[in-house]
Design a protein around this ligand. Structure first.
Ligand SMILES: [Zn+2]
Length: 216
């Protein structure tokens, strides 16, 4: 597919611009730097990516699709942070701690709480990025039981049995009834980021002036 090949050749910075528009309604700061490096002073040795409000997004070099997914994972973090800053409410640390607590893991104060999960569900359910469910599950194992139960209730399929979890999630989301059920369960609490708000962009990462209502 020509379009896929063209997309793969885009630099991570250009991919950020593309997905900021396509998936985040241009609500993320357009000049957020996206750096590709595995250097230890930027990235923990085991990390694939990092979001830092001072230095932007860092992505470890690797296969194009892996880097693309890492970028979207970090953009979901950025959306959560933008919303927290835009509200002018609790500090980021407090906010993330609250998030993590609601997700049932008070120790995880730096990231994969309920707000981040909602961004990832949105990417999966509204934009077909079904791999994002694997990231949710990897960071929140309790979600697996719910998804497996939903999968076992799918109508019998002529397709061969799935060989991995990611295939299970993809089929769940491709099934309209199940997708709508998942959407209701995970996205209904607050409107999606791109759900009809007019796009307004913050001017820079250093001046994160996010529209509070747009991300929530
Ligand atoms: Zn993360």
């Amino acid at each position: 597919m020509m379009s896929a090949r063209v997309a793969e050749r885009l630099s991570p910075q250009d991919l950020f611009t593309k997905y900021n528009r396509r998936y985040f309604a241009d609500h993320l700061p357009p000049d957020c730097p996206v750096k590709v490096t595995g250097a230890k002073r930027y990235l923990h040795p085991e990390a694939l990516g990092l979001l830092d409000l001072k230095t932007g997004i860092t992505i470890r070099p690797g296969p194009a699709e892996l880097m693309r997914r890492t970028l979207l994972h970090e953009m979901a973090h950025l959306a959560v942070m933008m919303a927290a800053i835009g509200r002018g409410g609790p500090t980021l640390t407090e906010r993330e701690a609250l998030s993590a607590t609601r997700a049932g893991d008070p120790a995880d104060v730096h990231a994969h709480g309920i707000d981040w999960q909602r961004e990832m569900w949105r990417l999966a359910l509204n934009h077909g990025e079904t791999w994002a469910v694997q990231h949710i599950v990897d960071n929140n194992p309790s979600v697996i039981d719910v998804l497996v139960a939903a999968f076992t209730r799918l109508p019998a399929s002529s397709l061969p049995a799935p060989t991995n979890d990611e295939e299970v999630y993809r089929r769940l989301i491709e099934n309209r009834d199940r997708r709508d059920g998942l959407r209701a369960a995970y996205l209904s609490a607050r409107p999606a980021i791109a759900g009809g708000h007019s796009a307004r962009s913050a001017k820079s990462v250093g001046r994160l002036a996010a529209p509070a209502d747009a991300l929530r």
